[in-house]
Structures are given as C-alpha cells and as structure tokens.
Design a protein around this ligand. Structure first.
Ligand code: FES
Length: 234
C-alpha cells in the first residue's frame, strides 16, 4: 500500500522555524516505521536526519513520536498503527531539536548521572562475583529492562511543566540500584530523590507507563521509591 509520511523537518543552519515535509512510500503492514524512514533517506531525500542503531529494540536510540505517541520506530509495525495511510513522525517532545528527528539528549543523561547509576558497595570485592538470590533479583528485574530511550520522560506532563524534574527514566534507574541487594547506596540515593524536583514531582499520571516500549510498570516502581523515602525501609 501507498503511505504518506509527514515528517518534522528542521535544520537550524537554514530554517528559521520547523516545518513538515510529506513523502510517499510503498509499504507493507509487516514493515516497521523505521523501514519507511530508511526508504525516505536512502531513496528520496538523503538530507533527512534521524537516529537508529540496533534496529532490534535494544539500544533505545530510535524513539520518536509517531501519530502523537512516543514509541521505538524499529519495533512499531505499520499494521499495528491506528492511522496508517498518513503517518506523522516528530522528534520526542520537550528536548531541543538538533536536526529533523534528532534531539539533544544531554539534559536527559545529566539527570541520569544525578542518581549515581552504578553499584555502590563499600565491602571488599569477593573472589568471584557478588551474588544475589533469585528472589532478590526478581525485585529489580523489571527495572533492568529499561533501555534509556527517553520515551517515558519526554511523555511526562510533570517533566513538560518542570524541566528540572528528574523524570521517570532517572527515577526508575534509581530504583534499580536502591533495591539491589548488593548495593549500599540506598540512603544516599533516597536523599537525592527526596525533594520537589525529585520523586515528589511524580503525580502518578501514568503517561510513562503507556509510552514505555518495554512495558515496564514505571509508576509502580516510583511508588515503591516514595514508600521507601517515607519509611526508610527497603
Ligand atoms: S534502533 Fe535500537 S532500539 Fe530502535
């Protein structure tokens, strides 16, 4: 079938304002949105800029807004889109656009570093790896599925209204380490989250859960962080 791709275009070197450009491509319902972007770039307009790497839902680089929803373009099947004849693709919102569909993720990663996204353990390393039980691993398992695509944080109205909010992606990473049985940095991290731009800016709106391509129940994990801060029990 023939599909119209309405793409957000903006080149800061030549454009004063962003605009949309429409391309027509032949597509199969089993193709992914990313395949159509490739067709435009490789066959019609090499100036189009977008990010992708693995094309298998692993690296998180291809998150974009498709027909108003944040998703991974390498996973989104054309046949599964509600609107297929004209597909509108925009950069994920609330981050500065570098060019076309490419956004500047700098502030996103800065928030990530704030929560100390690494194991803190003050005991000497054992001769082999630090072990944990299956039950202990289950507590953090879902939070480790995050691929840092930014779909959650950029779909969060609390983030839109307050750019200083740490955002669901960074908070979920905080959960991943705070509830890790091998980590000793829980108190330090809970104190980092315990302020108006930290965990308390989350208003349980659930946009993050809807946007997450890995189907992580982010709001549940954030609620566990709130509980841990109030009770100081992990
Ligand atoms: S290209 Fe890697 S997740 Fe889509």
């Amino acid at each position: 079938m023939k599909i119209k791709l309405k793409l957000f275009r903006y080149n800061p070197e030549t454009d004063t304002t962003p605009h949309y450009q429409t391309y027509e491509v032949e597509a199969d319902p089993k193709e992914k949105v990313l395949d159509l972007l490739h067709k435009v770039k490789w066959e019609q307009d090499g100036t189009l800029a977008f990010r992708r790497s693995c094309a298998h839902g692993i690296c998180g680089s291809c998150a974009m807004t498709v027909n108003g929803e944040n998703l991974l373009t390498c996973e989104a099947l054309i046949g599964n889109l509600k609107k297929q004849r004209t597909i509108t693709i925009e950069p994920i919102p609330s981050l500065p656009v570098i060019k076309d569909l490419v956004v500047d993720m700098e502030s996103f990663y800065q928030k990530y570093t704030v929560i100390k996204p690494y194991l803190i353990n003050n005991t000497p390393p054992p001769p082999t790896e630090r072990l944990q039980s299956v039950q202990e691993q289950r507590i953090i398992d879902e939070s480790t599925w995050c691929i840092m695509c930014g779909a959650c944080s950029t779909s969060c109205p609390s983030n839109w209204s307050n750019p200083d909010f740490l955002g669901p992606a960074a908070l979920l990473k905080a959960y991943r380490f705070i509830f890790d049985s091998r980590d000793d940095g829980a108190d330090e991290r809970l104190s980092i989250l315990d302020h108006g731009d930290g965990i308390w800016r989350c208003r349980t709106i659930f946009n993050c859960v809807e946007a997450c391509p890995k189907e992580i129940d982010i709001t549940y994990h954030l609620s566990q962080l709130k509980k841990a801060i109030v009770t100081r029990e992990i």
